[in-house]
Design a protein around this ligand. Structure first.
Ligand code: SAM
Length: 372
């Protein structure tokens, strides 16, 4: 499209001040728009709006102490390429991490977000709800879009019913999903075939096995992002009786499996942490390319009357561990995933403070050569 000059678009001030005066005195009041209203019409942040004004793409008029903009000029600016770029943003040429524009990047750096699911009645949630502890593929989609570009490789060592694989398929990434139980493994393949499209499971690698063994078979520096939610020790055996009874009544599983290799079946908490960090997460880190990220979705929990701060135990253990072959995982941030839709249960009422744990933590690590 031939580029029109700003003058042709009526976006620059006339040459002489006298003309400005003349023009401004004839401007109909309904055409005069305040700065904040103009920003609202344009849907631009203050920073981008200031850039548009400083760059001469939009004229700021002054009448005494009052600054204002003219509606017809705003409308003309909205038809330009410059406006299109400013409102939609563009991917920075130096960005090797993801395909996000500056505008899409910023909200993803917030330290919290609200969990979004499909709702149990959605036809697309029927496989997901068979599993005792899936995460929402939409929430994971945010992480995948932030930490990878299209076509990049994502690893989930605790694949469950394939929420990570589904998010990868929806967003054009390639997933390797490892799951111990053949029931969940098969359902994760079926999930892609039925919920996303026939043949889509073939775009990904689904491994049915123990991550402690399977990860050893995979190459160093071969994945761009690791995202997963591990078993939270034996928490499924300890969850609220009411929740558990409901699942039993609906013929749904309350455990992942009876397998001894299932990390949810390790008796001792310290042993569990040790296997999880050294045999699974440090191996995942070996597979990560340098400079890439790992996101772990976890929650704290109660063991009888003890409150176990699983997320902080995990961070401490990860901080002390080294990646086989070199390097370290440096913690970059902790996002809180708010589960505001969960029902409140009167655990301690009316005697004691017993928390309704309605959030999860997303621990975000980066693979680097040494400790910061
Ligand atoms: C919290 S769930 C993951 C759910 C998954 N994010 C989803 O949305 O479906 C943890 C999963 O780890 C699996 N698991 C437990 N021990 C394992 C092991 N040693 N190797 C591979 N998978 C294992 C369990 O069977 C369970 O499905």
């Amino acid at each position: 499209m031939e580029q029109m000059t700003l003058a042709e678009l009526g976006l620059v001030k006339p040459d002489t001040d006298s003309k400005v005066e003349e023009k401004e005195s004839t401007i109909d009041n309904s055409q005069r728009i305040s700065g904040s209203k103009t920003m609202q019409i344009l849907g631009l942040s203050r920073h981008t709006f200031d850039k548009a004004v400083k760059g001469g793409f939009l004229v700021q008029h002054v009448d005494g102490k009052k600054k204002y903009y003219i509606l017809s000029e705003i409308e003309a600016f909205m038809t330009t390429e410059e406006y299109k770029q400013m409102s939609e943003g563009s991917v920075d040429k130096r960005n090797t991490l993801n395909d996000l524009t500056g505008k899409d990047w910023l909200p993803e750096t917030k330290s919290f977000f609200y969990q979004k699911g499909l709702g149990a009645d959605s036809p697309e949630a029927q496989i997901e709800k068979l599993h005792p502890a899936p995460y929402s593929f939409q929430d994971i989609g945010h992480l995948i879009r932030f930490f990878t570009k299209k076509g990049m490789r994502v690893l989930d060592p605790f694949g469950g019913v394939g929420s990570t694989a589904k998010a990868c398929e929806v967003d054009g990434r390639v997933c390797t999903s490892i799951e111990l139980s053949s029931k969940w493994h098969e359902l994760s393949i079926k999930r892609l075939e039925t919920e996303v499209g026939e043949g889509t499971s073939k775009n990904h690698i689904f491994i049915n096995g123990d991550s402690c063994e399977e990860l050893l078979k995979l190459d160093d520096n071969s994945v761009d992002f690791v995202v997963t939610s591990p078993p939270y020790w034996g928490i499924l055996g300890k969850i609220d009786q009411k929740v558990s009874k409901n699942r039993v009544a609906n013929n749904l599983e309350t455990k992942y499996s009876e397998d001894d290799k299932d990390l949810g079946n390790v008796d001792n908490y310290e042993d569990f942490l040790d296997i999880l960090v050294n045999k699974v997460f440090m191996q995942c880190a070996r597979l990560l390319r340098p400079g890439k990220y790992m996101a772990l979705v976890v929650s704290d929990f109660r063991d009888k009357s003890d409150f176990i701060s699983f997320h902080s135990d995990l961070v401490q253990k990860m901080n002390k561990s080294r990646i086989p072959g070199g390097g370290i995982l440096n913690l970059q941030g902790i996002k809180i995933l708010l589960q505001n839709h969960k029902s409140l249960l009167p655990y301690g009422y009316p005697f004691a403070y017993v928390e309704n744990i309605h959030h999860q933590y997303i621990l975000i690590f980066k693979k680097e050569a040494k400790k910061k």
